[in-house]
Design a protein around this ligand. Structure first.
Ligand code: NAD
Length: 447
């Protein structure tokens, strides 16, 4: 099938590459010429495990191309995916200007080309309830009634870090559309991806739009609940990791998204919770539980930093602090809304000298802090002469380090683990002073 992808970021590039991998002919459009140039010349623009390999294969086979030419892409395609940003506006609502601008452009293109044929315009971006109708109106405004198109809400559930895997083998596909013709085309397109037994759920546009926000907000709620519980465990001398295992083995609760930490970040959960809160308030049906989810999330990173301040009695001036992890989670280079930024801002404000390391996301820190930070070549490189190490992102390579080497490199073996990746008792035996989340501080006698 001929497919156009508009917006070639995390969602658009993964969607385009995976559709090409299943034999579709894909034309990706982006209005950022640098992205188009890089992707045309064989350089993948984001880090996602497995993406580069299938991107290279499909580029060589000529099944995917990149340009800034929306008109060419739309005219040759039966399906047009909108994978555009929906950043939060000042009041928390999702800003629809990118989506509606492109819808407007598509309307003009269809009006100029009345013989273009039937198009399915698919909204893959996360958008507030009612957006499908706005997209349809923006196109229809230009194209007369004879132009045939349908608008579908097809929210994307991929997880950064597992995006390729999630797209190639989705747990479910949601298709929100009242047109049988459009639904049949999308079912056909997705058919080679759906593992046996996983559902394609067809519903109306509004329910599809709400489904995406409901899913992300539920995940955010699990995370905030565990972070709140972690603070309670600390206060009463319980171990949140044991509690996590105790409740996660209950199939009604499930094991995922129960890990306490520094709170959620990234390009989706923070903005989606805010947007749903705003839409619900506007609809006169406030989702008050989500306000607490959001508040706990903001507070969590602040609480964690207060542990660092408390340990050093508020005197961080002149201390050398190593930070492992910039990305908002492992296996991505995405640093949007990353919790690390609060930690780094506070360390710099307190005049600590800060050295950072992340396997993939150093650029995100460089863009924001320039030469106010030191950038290490390796995790161990960051530890040379450090008075403390703060672990922010649980990359696999941080999970089993050479603790002996770490201790030798550091000036003080003080560790603040924002992801609970180590066993507290083991850290004690190894001679670290170990702070984590929702567990007692462990102080070694051999420091
Ligand atoms: N990133 C995720 O994990 C994820 C998962 C599910 C859903 N989503 C949703 O998908 C949408 C896209 O997210 P993303 O992370 O891929 O965003 P992104 O910022 O990585 O990519 C968006 C791309 O659109 C391009 N763009 C902007 N305006 C354009 C225009 N007028 N014409 C052509 N291209 C244009 C930008 O240059 C950019 O490359 C958002 O609504 C997001 O909430 C994201």
């Amino acid at each position: 099938m001929n497919v156009a992808i508009v917006g070639t970021g995390y969602v658009g590039l993964v969607t385009g590459v995976c559709l090409a991998e299943r034999g579709n002919d894909v034309h990706c459009v982006d209005n950022n010429p640098k992205i188009v140039e890089k992707l045309t010349s064989g350089q993948v623009t984001i880090y996602e495990p497995g993406l580069d390999e299938i991107y290279q294969r499909n580029l060589k086979k000529g099944r995917i191309k990149f340009s800034g030419n929306l008109e060419a892409a739309v005219l040759r395609s039966e399906v047009v995916f909108l994978c555009l940003p929906t950043p939060p506006g000042e009041d928390g609502s999702a800003d629809l200007k990118y989506i509606l601008q492109v819808a407007d452009d598509i309307g003009k293109i269809l009006a100029r080309n009345p013989a273009a044929g039937y198009k399915v315009v698919v909204d893959k971006s996360t958008v507030p309830v009612g957006t499908s109708e706005k997209v349809e109106a923006a196109i229809r405004r230009h194209a007369d009634a004879k132009i045939e198109f349908d608008v579908v809400s097809n929210p994307e559930f991929l997880r950064e870090g597992y995006a390729v895997e999630d797209f190639l083998r989705p747990e479910r596909v949601v298709i929100g559309c009242g047109s049988e013709r459009a639904v049949a085309i999308l079912q056909d397109l997705y058919e080679p991806f759906i593992p046996a037994g996983n559902p394609v759920i067809v519903m109306d546009e509004r329910s599809a739009e709400v489904t995406k926000y409901a899913a992300n907000s539920f995940l955010a709620m699990k995370i905030s609940y565990m972070n709140d519980l972690a603070n309670f465990c600390e206060a009463v001398g319980a171990d949140v990791e044991k509690v996590r295992q105790g409740i996660g083995s209950d199939s009604r609760i499930g094991k995922t998204y129960l890990h306490p930490g520094l709170g959620y970040g990234g390009s989706c959960l923070p903005k989606d919770v805010k947007a749903l809160l705003k839409t619900a308030r506007d609809a006169g049906a406030p989702l008050s539980i989500l306000q607490s989810v959001e508040d706990i999330n903001q507070e969590q990173r602040k609480k964690f930093f207060r542990k660092v301040e408390k340990h050093f009695q508020g005197k961080l001036d002149g201390l050398r602090v190593a930070v492992w992890g910039i990305a908002f989670k492992p296996n991505t280079d995405d640093t949007r809304e990353a919790p690390v930024f609060h930690i780094l801002d506070e360390l710099l404000k307190a005049k600590a000298s800060v050295v950072v390391f992340d396997p993939e996301a150093m650029e995100g820190a460089r863009r924001r802090y320039g030469d106010r930070l030191e950038y290490a070549e390796s995790s161990y490189g960051a530890l040379q002469g450090a008075d403390a190490l703060i672990i922010v992102t649980e990359w696999n390579e941080f999970r089993k380090p050479d603790f002996g080497l770490m201790k030798n490199l550091m000036r003080q073996p003080v560790l603040f683990d924002g992801r609970n990746i180590y066993d507290a008792q083991k850290m004690k035996k190894l001679g670290f002073l170990y702070h984590s989340i929702g567990r007692r501080v462990v102080e070694s006698h051999v420091i």
